[in-house]
Design a binder for this molecule. Structure first.
Ligand code: ADE
Length: 248
């Protein structure tokens, strides 16, 4: 997968060199290219923002540098190859595991993290004419810019790429995964030692009884989901729950 990021803070993306994403890059699974938006400015001050039409506080990112940057990046691909353009913004659609799965199946993503009050709207309109352009929010809070959301989305997508996680099954049971725990939050996990500071571990996990362990894990997942994310249970088909689930 190829991934381009256009930003005025290229150094903010340095974490893409470490850990899981860094390893995916060195294995050749991910080709990450970070570009400095100011390379596509032509004035002495490398201006990327201006005051908003209609007034109001803050500054808006000018369309011209983004247009030149996106044209250059898009034209560097093979003829006819079109990336998905992802615009991080608190006013976008929510970033979910489902969207991460959709993006992991695409060969090329271009991220346009903005600062200030965002990018002049015409940039989205322009590229949406012949690209899939997704405005995406990573949560209901406002950050100072889209770079941290790019790190979040990149990690969520990269770990789904074949050959990135050691154990291909380890995202089957992820919280929110469509298979496995079927959209429930994951319950607690334990490792050795069997006793730590007076805390033991649930007996069932020592039983070696796979059926009972699976049932216990599902119960824990149901309890945790009911407590932290009741919305995830309320939106489900009641037929998905068995009699035992309903007692939990
Ligand atoms: N930029 C600022 N806040 C953001 C958020 N919550 N998600 C995506 N991009 C953002």
């Amino acid at each position: 997968m190829r991934l381009d990021v256009i930003t005025i803070f290229p150094e903010y993306l340095e974490p893409l060199n470490v850990s899981l994403v860094g390893k995916a890059r060195s294995r050749g699974v991910l080709d990450v290219r970070v570009h400095d938006l100011r390379e596509w400015t032509h004035d002495r001050h490398h201006t990327v923002d201006d005051t908003p039409y209609g007034g109001g506080p803050g500054m808006v990112m000018k369309p011209e540098p983004w247009g030149e940057a996106l044209d250059t990046v898009i034209d560097s691909g093979s003829p006819g190859e079109r990336p998905v353009v992802i615009v991080p913004t608190p006013s976008g659609r929510p970033f979910t595991q489902e969207l991460a799965i959709h993006l992991a199946a695409r060969p090329w993503l271009v991220f346009t993290p903005a600062r200030y009050e965002g990018i002049d709207r015409r940039v989205v309109e322009e590229y949406a004419r012949d690209h899939e352009v997704l405005e995406v929010s990573i949560g209901d809070y406002v950050l100072a810019g889209g770079e941290a959301p790019v790190l979040v989305m990149t990690e969520a997508v990269a770990r789904l790429l074949p050959g990135v996680l050691g154990n291909a099954e380890s995202h089957r049971d992820d919280s929110f995964a469509p298979g496995g725990m079927a959209g429930l939050l994951e319950g607690p996990v334990y490792t050795k030692p069997p006793e730590w500071r007076g805390h033991g571990i649930p007996e069932v996990l020592l039983s070696g009884h796979h059926g009972r362990i699976a049932r216990w894990r599902r119960d824990q997942a149901l309890r945790r989901t009911a407590r932290h994310r009741p919305d995830l249970i309320a939106g489900r088909d009641p037929a998905e729950f068995d009699a035992h689930d309903l007692r939990v």
